[in-house]
Design a protein around this ligand. Sequence first.
Ligand SMILES: [Fe+2]
Length: 313
Amino acid sequence: MPLCDLLDLQLSVPDPDGLVAFWEGLGMTRTDHSTLGTAARPSQLRVAEGPYRHVSELRLGCTDEADLAAIGARLDGLGVAWTLSDGVLRCHDPLADHDVVVVVGRAEPLAPPPVRQVNGPGRRERVNRRSTAAVRAEPAPPRRVGHVVFGSTDVAATVAFYRDGLGFLVSDVIDQGIGCFLRCSTDHHNLLVMPAPVPCMNHYAIEMDDVDAIGLAGMGVLAERPDASVYGIGRHVLGANLFWYLLDPAGGMFELFSDMDQITDDAAWEAGERRDDWDPFTIASWEPGPSRPDFFLPADIDDLARARAAMGR
Ligand SMILES: [Fe+2]
């Protein structure tokens, strides 16, 4: 696979300062005026001002210069325009609003979370003292941006752009093509494409250390906005990740996730695990209850459509 990482996302929203302040409050660090990073990765979310909420740029890493040329050749085959300058390949998602940038480079490595001693049946690792999970003073901070989910008016065309043009690999397919999970790293998915009446962002996802980190961060959001929870906590089937979906102050859905399937042997996954016919209603192996309707489509989708139309999109 020529691609090796999702490096960062640029989000455009009408109130960028509010979104930056929100993520700073959850433990991300402001690298500059509009860039949010984590301890190991100085750029994970770049927040720009825009007339409506959308992803405006997706930045990917690839292994070497030859990958950039190969991606360009494949984009030519799809009839998608691209430029290559100073080691940066730029193109535009043909259906959505955003640019895709590919550079040579990997995301900075992450240090694993501290090993936590866990008690269980037949296992007594932590004795005569409390768990750090119970008495932690500060929530563990976000670790990285992991994936983004786009709504598309033509899922097959969008999948073709990312798979056949940019070189993403398909991990699982929902119901013969209603939705498609794609990866540009070892994560089960860095991208999910779902149907929507207008191109939109469904959610972006932030990796956390574990279920406690998800829970504490999510409760921090609810302390400010009690109605922010959309769906969770639960565990997905496809990707296997623990999840909690909430709304950011710009109205965008984000997912706090942990423990996602990792794929390092494409052939082994293809042969043994990949599903092309997954039931779209089997979302989770366990969950607290039905998701809100805005799990599938933003509640303000009509406003987003009007804003796009006003921009001539
Ligand atoms: Fe997700």
